[in-house]
Design a binder for this molecule. Structure first.
Ligand code: ATP
Length: 441
């Protein structure tokens, strides 16, 4: 198997319409990306898979969709105004900007090669700010949220009062976040505008360690369920120097990206820090009353915080393979789990004549009810299979002369390239069952 490089993934993403650079016709905007016709399907499918696993599959997790703009005091309370900074240096010669913790300051500038050209490190706040309303002064400053979690804390009281949740319970949210990142290389890995999938699990102090272990296990199992190769996943525990001052324990799930092992998701024990801060800054009572024991306390929080857009890069990197076939042929195939593939079923007429194309079109329309389908009648059948392999379509259905006689079609499986004939009346249930039992081949 040839090595998967980031360049190969970037090129496939552009060629097949997964991901484009933002504003490319104007020379591009670094740190911002557009999800094309296939990319948006893949991203939405990962989001929906997460949402189902994290809310609907649990009886004590509810969802939320808080706004991106929030009261500026939220970010004072959370510590982001004073602490959400990266140390930054500028090269005096070429004016390039770097994160001081990501380069060797004793070496020449990586961009222009000038020696001793760096400014002293300065702290640089990663929050984007803007103004709300017609007056642009300090009183109208608002921030684009740098994480979705604070919306959950700010609505904690509303959720407790309006729904019948009892501790332990979770609030889940998916949405855009913004960070003025200094270094945005590595494609969509680190961008200025991205999406997060976060869940805050509120529990009784003293039970937090138990729930922390529970969520660690759940989150790793999630990736395996999504079909990610477990050899490409590992845990990294935060050391003393990485741990946020309020956090009791923190682990990251790392994935082996083409550029090496990097963080994919954090599972953190945030104690009662955030709610305590918001109680203090808002002056509102954010304690929880246990109706049975009549105890009142500020809950502890176990957070699971994953990047949705970073998940897209992980899924693509994990699925991509240049497979050597007989006769020195190479096929590019993406082993996407059928649940998240942008197209689940492609319907391909073997030939266009004698009513075969019309039959195939009708079948494709019927299958739309149950699957994300695609119809393709152009080119040799082998080439059509390859095009579908490259975008990760798990099932290709071929309609031929025999179909007209006995109402059977050929199902061709992406990973094994094996084919079998199936009765059309059994097709949907057969494909659903195959998806349920899917194991990467
Ligand atoms: P780093 O230290 O690498 O800047 P972080 O540890 O501050 O990141 P968190 O605040 O824990 O990251 O964010 C949770 C998750 O959100 C990360 O695991 C990652 O998947 C995603 N994420 C964070 N920043 C970005 C970004 N700039 N672009 C894409 N995804 C991001």
């Amino acid at each position: 198997m040839a090595e998967t490089t980031l360049d190969k993934i970037v090129s496939l993403c552009k060629r097949r319409g997964f991901i484009f650079q933002s504003s490319e016709i104007y020379g591009g905007l670094s740190g911002a990306w557009d999800y094309g016709p296939l990319g948006v399907e893949l991203k939405n499918n990962i989001r929906d898979f997460w949402w189902k696993e994290m809310t609907q599959m649990h009886d004590n997790i509810v969802g939320l969709d808080a706004s991106i703009l929030m009261h500026p005091k939220v970010w004072e309370a959370s510590g982001h105004v004073s602490n959400f900074t990266d140390p930054m240096v500028d090269c005096r010669q070429c004016r390039s900007r770097f994160r001081a913790d990501q380069i060797d300051l004793t070496k020449p500038c990586p961009n222009c090669g000038t020696k001793d050209s760096f400014t002293e490190p300065r702290n640089f706040n990663l929050m984007f700010s803007t103004h709300m309303g017609p007056v642009q002064d300090d009183s109208s400053v608002v921030y684009l949220r740098p994480e979705t979690a604070q919306g959950i804390y700010a609505d904690f009281k509303n959720v407790v009062q309006s729904s019948r949740v009892k501790i332990p319970f979770g609030i889940a949210q998916v949405g855009k976040s913004f960070r003025n990142e200094i270094t945005t290389k590595n494609f969509i890995f680190r961008s200025c505008e991205f999406e997060q999938m976060e869940m805050q699990y509120f529990c009784k102090p003293g039970e937090d360690e138990k729930w922390f272990d529970f969520w660690k296990e759940q989150r790793m199992a999630f990736y395996e369920k999504m079909g990610i190769n477990s050899e490409n996943l590992r845990w990294h525990q935060h050391g003393e120097d990485e741990l946020a001052f309020y956090a009791k324990d923190a682990y990251d799930i790392q994935f082996r990206f083409p550029m090496g092992w990097q963080e994919l998701e954090g599972v953190h024990n945030r104690t009662d820090y955030d709610l305590t801060q918001h109680q203090q800054f808002s002056g509102k009572d954010l304690t929880y009353l246990d109706q049975e024991t009549k105890e009142r306390y500020i809950p502890y929080v176990v957070e699971t915080s994953a990047g949705l857009t970073r998940n897209v890069l992980m899924v693509l990197s994990d699925a991509y393979e240049e497979e050597k076939l007989e006769g020195n042929e190479v096929r590019t195939v993406m082993h996407l789990h059928p649940k998240i593939a942008p197209v689940t079923v492609a319907v391909l007429p073997l030939v266009k004549k004698d009513g075969i194309a019309e039959f195939a079109q009708k079948l494709e329309k019927e299958l739309r009810e149950d699957f994300a389908t695609f119809y393709d009648q152009s080119g040799a059948i082998g080439r059509r299979y390859r095009r579908m392999d490259e975008i990760g379509t798990p099932y290709c259905i071929t309609v031929d002369y025999q179909t007209l006689e006995d109402k059977t079609v050929t199902v061709r499986y992406r990973d094994s390239m094996e084919q079998e004939r199936i009765q059309i009346s059994l097709l949907s249930s057969h494909l659903n069952k195959t998806t349920k039992l899917y194991k990467r081949g």
